[in-house]
Design a protein around this ligand. Structure first.
Ligand code: GDP
Ligand code: MN
Length: 374
């Protein structure tokens, strides 16, 4: 379960990780009031569950009062990677002297919990990881001692990130706090990018990304209290994540949706989105799904991957045909049907322009080809 930066920073404060002063605003007027309280300069930050907000225009430094309202309005009007901005974090701007990347995560490949650090923090960390993997540093910590790390254990790692002894010591303290928070709140990720040194030599978390382990939510009622009305609920029961490929995907079930993305990648294609339409054959949901997929002009073909369980394939096909009547879909649709009432579903497809895939594998190959050709 992902939480917003403003929520993650509340937790940081509880655990003693320094952050700039901040307030949340949902309108330009509220942003102005927050700035009156915090003082200038400030940074206005879109609160959406994706990274790279800075590059998308969702993070702006504002130095004069006259610009607050307009800038806040502009950010609140943005949609970043498919997610509308509904909240702003107004934070006191920090005078950045250096930026470092620091995270604590479960490394599933290595079955370890590890700090990951890079002395060159900021927005280009993925780029650095690709081009100069040797700059990405690791420090594994045993799960058993995660909640009670000692600063002197963390110091050697912190020293690799911060040349100054004073800053490294502060960062080691932050690592101890991260370990405690990770353990106490059942996190799977705590990421600070950037962790900065300011003009007074303070070490401050300027950004905060926290993911809670879903498997532990049952014993973490406080974690659940961070949950907001989900994007899924807002989208009429359809959960959607924008990606940057050409193949639109509409699937019933989150696990199958992920498997569909995997098989498209396996055959060399690139999914345009993740979309879980749930178990229903409700034509309205299908229309909503089509609309969300087709907002993206990169989409060349749509792959509908349906596995009938409790919901029946023929019901779903009826929903799709009804939706197609209501809503024009300008790209080809390849459909794979399996499970309950598969035959009845296939029969309904006869005479329509939907392309029936013989198997998941064949369908995936076909959409990858069509995505490339178009
Ligand atoms: P992200 O793009 O979603 O990772 O958002 P961040 O919170 O990391 O902000 C992006 C970038 O904006 C940071 O790497 C900083 O360079 C810049 N930034 C954020 N807050 C401040 C601030 O208080 N002062 C200054 N000067 N720059 C900031
Ligand atoms: Mn960041």
């Amino acid at each position: 379960m992902k939480i917003h930066e403003y929520q993650a920073k509340e937790l940081f404060r509880d655990f003693g990780i320094p952050t700039p002063k901040d307030m949340v605003a949902t309108s330009p007027e509220e942003a102005v009031r927050a700035v009156e309280e915090l003082g200038l300069p400030v940074v206005l930050k879109a609160q959406v569950h994706v990274g790279g907000r800075g590059k998308a225009g969702g993070v702006k430094v504002v130095r004069v009062m006259e610009e607050v309202e307009r800038t806040a309005g502009a950010i609140l009007a943005l949609t970043i990677k498919g997610l509308p901005v509904e909240k702003l974090l107004v934070t006191s701007a920090v005078d950045i002297r250096s930026e470092v990347y620091l995270s604590l995560l479960i490394d599933r490949g290595a079955s370890k919990i590890a700090f990951i650090g890079c002395a060159e923090g900021g927005v280009e960390i993925e780029q650095t990881a690709k081009e100069s993997p040797e700059k990405i540093l690791r420090f594994e910590v045993p799960a058993s001692s995660l909640g009670r790390l000692r600063a002197n254990e963390c110091l050697p790692f912190a020293q690799k990130l911060f040349p100054s002894q004073e800053h490294a010591a502060k960062a080691a303290g932050i690592m101890v706090a991260m370990g405690e928070m990770f353990q106490r709140r059942d996190c799977s990720l705590i990421e600070i990018n950037p962790l900065v040194v300011d003009g007074d030599g303070a070490v401050i978390a300027l950004d905060a990304k926290v993911i809670f382990d879903d498997n532990a939510l049952f014993r973490q009622p406080d974690n659940l209290s961070f949950r907001e009305e989900s994007d899924e609920a807002k989208n009429g029961g359809v959960s959607f994540v924008q990606l940057d490929g050409q193949i639109g995907c509409m699937v019933n079930g989150a696990g199958l949706a992920m498997a569909t993305m995997d098989i498209i990648k396996h055959f060399g294609g690139s999914p345009a989105n993740f979309l879980d339409a749930g178990g229903s054959s409700d034509p309205n949901k299908v229309v909503t799904g089509f609309k969300m997929i087709l907002q993206d002009k990169n989409v060349k073909v749509i792959f509908l991957n349906i596995f009938g369980g409790i919901t029946r394939c023929d019901d779903i096909v009826k929903g799709i045909l009804e939706a197609k009547e209501k809503f024009h879909v300008p790209v080809p649709i390849v459909i794979r049907l399996a499970g309950t009432n598969e035959e009845e579903g296939r029969a309904l497809l006869a005479g329509t322009d939907l392309i029936l895939a013989e198997s998941l594998e064949q369908g995936a190959r076909q959409v990858v080809e069509m995505g490339e050709r178009a």
